[in-house]
Each structure stands twice: as C-alpha cells, then as structure tokens.
Design a protein around this ligand. Structure first.
Ligand SMILES: [Zn+2]
Ligand SMILES: [Zn+2]
Length: 193
C-alpha cells in the first residue's frame, strides 16, 4: 500500500487500495476462524497531493465488517463508509519519542502521532498499511449488536429469544455488582457489611 511521495503534485491524484480479509488477519493477528474481521475486501480511495512540503491525503474506506452479536452470538455484516484524512509533514531529523513510532517511520516511512490524522513522513515512498490498520481497528464496535433490540439468548436454556420463546421464568437482569454482593455474602458467612 505504497504511495510515491516524490510523484505527488499540487493537484490531488486518486489512488485506490484493496484491503483483503487475509491482510486484516495478518496485521491484526487474528486467527482464520475469528468471529470478527473484514466481510470481504475493503476499498480505500485516497486522493493525495503536496501542500508545500507536506503531504495531504483524504479519502474514504468502503466495505463491510464481519461481527458477532454480543447478545445472541449471531454473525452479521455491518457496512462501513468512513471518510478520513491525514496530513504528514516531513520528519526531517526528528525521531519519534516512542520506539514503536520510530520503528514505523524507519520501516514504512510514516509515523502517526497520537492525533491519528497527523504525522510525519520520511523518504520518497510511504506505506499506508499501518494507517489503514489503525483506522479500521477503531471501526469495530465495543458491543456489537445484530440489531438495536436484539433479545439475546435465554440465560437458562440458551434458546435464541429473537426466533423462539421458552417457558423459563423471567429472571431479573443480573448486574456484575449483584453477583459480587452475592459472593461477598457467601464469604462473610451471610453477614452483610
Ligand atoms: Zn443479536
Ligand atoms: Zn429459556
């Protein structure tokens, strides 16, 4: 996913990269049968130009993520269409303070600062793989839900309550704090403190 910096001009030129599920597994270190990943190829459209000595990139990621619902465990696709931009200034003689950043600058010719949309570049060729990887990682929801009102699995018998009903008594939603209280209750021999 190389961009030739020395070929860029003042007017934006389009570039297109294809990010495959196999590429994602490799860079994210997820196994072949991981429940989350890319649902097919992602397309990254990038328009790049020079702005003085800086490199200015903007574009869009398009495709779909493969996710697993946190409530009913169903696997589902979530379409994504995410705009991004990145401004890189020449690193010059500077070296990033964090070793990982310094390694990335040496290896890929690009270092992303904490702001993500800004960074440094070095040399005539930069590899955008690390930038795409960070951007995609942020798109995965912390609590994936197949749909807003997913009813999940019955905690007693395990049926998918979206498609089946069961006769298990409705239990009150247990919170981790309630479980902790119960545990403490046992440990103190029933004496609540
Ligand atoms: Zn669900
Ligand atoms: Zn049940």
């Amino acid at each position: 996913m190389k961009l030739h910096v020395d070929r860029l001009t003042d007017s934006p030129t389009p570039h297109r990269f294809v990010l495959t599920p196999a590429w994602w597994r490799e860079v994210s270190g997820s196994p072949e049968d991981a429940s989350e990943g890319l649902a097919g190829d992602l397309e990254a459209e990038v328009r790049a130009h020079k702005m003085g000595a800086d490199v200015y990139l903007e574009g869009e990621l398009r495709g779909a993520l493969a996710l697993e619902c946190g409530r009913c465990l169903a696997r589902y696709r979530q379409p994504i269409r995410e705009a991004f931009r990145l401004v890189l200034e020449p690193a010059g003689d500077r070296v990033p303070a964090d070793p990982e950043g310094a390694a990335a600058l040496a290896r890929d010719g690009v270092y992303l600062s904490d702001e993500v949309e800004a960074g440094w570049f070095r040399g005539s060729e930069i590899d955008l793989g690390g930038f795409f990887q960070e951007g995609i990682a942020l798109l995965f929801p912390v609590q994936p839900l197949c749909r807003e009102d997913c009813r999940g699995l019955c905690p007693s018998c395990g049926v998918d309550r979206n498609t089946e009903s069961c006769s298990c008594p409705e239990t009150s939603p247990s919170s981790p704090f309630a479980a902790l209280r119960g545990l403490r209750h046992q440990m103190t021999g029933g004496e609540e403190r």
